[in-house]
Design a protein around this ligand. Structure first.
Ligand SMILES: [Zn+2]
Length: 91
């Protein structure tokens, strides 16, 4: 048994880096705090499936569910809880 707080993430909408008919944006999960889980290492504010710099936009959309399969899968595997609040700024 461990007493570590479960990691949390919230949903943000990101445009695809490449604009085109076949590539659309998606709802991704952004880490609310640093995560070191097995081989997965993310800083707070990182998109779960890929580093933040690969995305445009990243508008907070805490009221909707993530539809990025990679993000959702990683969250399930590493026990990340999706929350509907964004972390406070300046931390
Ligand atoms: Zn994603």
């Amino acid at each position: 048994m461990t007493e570590t707080t479960p990691p949390t993430a919230h949903v943000r909408y990101a445009y695809s880096p490449r604009q085109g008919a076949s590539s659309r944006g998606g709802y991704h999960l952004l880490m609310n705090q640093r995560l070191d889980s097995g081989r997965l290492h993310r800083d707070a504010g990182d998109v779960l499936c890929q580093p933040r710099r690969d995305f445009w936009g990243l508008e907070p959309r805490p009221e909707v569910a993530a539809d990025c399969t990679a993000c959702v899968r990683l969250a399930e595997r590493h026990g990340i809880t999706t929350v509907q609040t964004c972390p406070p700024r300046g931390k």
